[in-house]
Write a protein that binds this ligand. Structure first.
Ligand code: 5GP
Length: 190
């Protein structure tokens, strides 16, 4: 998605060799015009998948998910991060290793909001090693729902998440795939 790539080059900041900050427009301050285009693009890519719900993870996925959900005309559900996994019968839950915080955390989704009749599009801001997406896949599977696709705004193609998810057979669509970062430079896969 050219508009997104242009914005990443203008306002994104490469931190070392594997973290990129996009606080300016994606996950601290949010550009609604760009978000709307992102929502439109995911709708174009998954329009034939009969999506019934969008699923993401708090906090950075929420703004993106809301715009995507608006374009599909379906609800957004976001997995909530929680300190402890108490055995609560009313939730689907799983544990996720955080790329940015380097620690495990638990996430949960109320059983009220996912069912075995749902076709789910998972969305997130970044794909690095795939732990967040795999956690969301686990939650969808617990609900007996179907993962119809995984929509990522920025995939770091040099980390293993994309390969792992695609090898498992999931359709992963990333709007910008970074091939390489370093010395403050960002290069995209063409
Ligand atoms: P993964 O679970 O695929 O290893 O990492 C994805 C999650 O970590 C995303 O939900 C995202 O919030 C965070 N993340 C991974 N890489 C980056 C990055 O380079 N920049 C930012 N801001 N967040 C990232």
């Amino acid at each position: 998605m050219d508009l997104l790539k242009k914005r990443i080059l203008e306002d994104g900041k490469a931190i070392g060799e594997n973290i990129i900050k996009v606080d300016e427009f994606l996950n601290h301050q949010v550009d609604p015009v760009l978000m709307d285009e992102i929502g439109k693009e995911f709708k174009r890519l998954f329009k034939d998948s009969n999506i019934t719900k969008i699923l993401t993870i708090e906090a950075s996925g929420i703004a993106i998910g809301a715009f995507v959900a608006l374009h599909f005309g379906v609800p957004l559900v976001f997995a909530k991060k929680t300190k402890s996994l108490n055995i609560d019968e009313d939730v689907y839950s799983t544990s996720v290793y955080s790329f940015t915080k380097k620690t495990d955390y638990d996430v949960k989704v109320s059983r009220k909001y996912l069912s075995d009749e749902d076709n789910i599009l998972i969305v997130d801001d970044f794909l690095a090693n795939g732990r967040a997406a795999l956690g969301l896949v686990d939650i969808v599977c617990q609900a007996g729902a179907k993962v119809k696709g995984i929509g990522i705004v920025i995939e770091k193609g040099f980390q293993e998440g994309g390969r792992i998810l695609r090898e498992k057979g999931y359709r992963v669509e990333s709007l910008a795939v970074i091939d390489h970062m370093g010395n403050g430079e960002i290069e995209f896969k063409s």
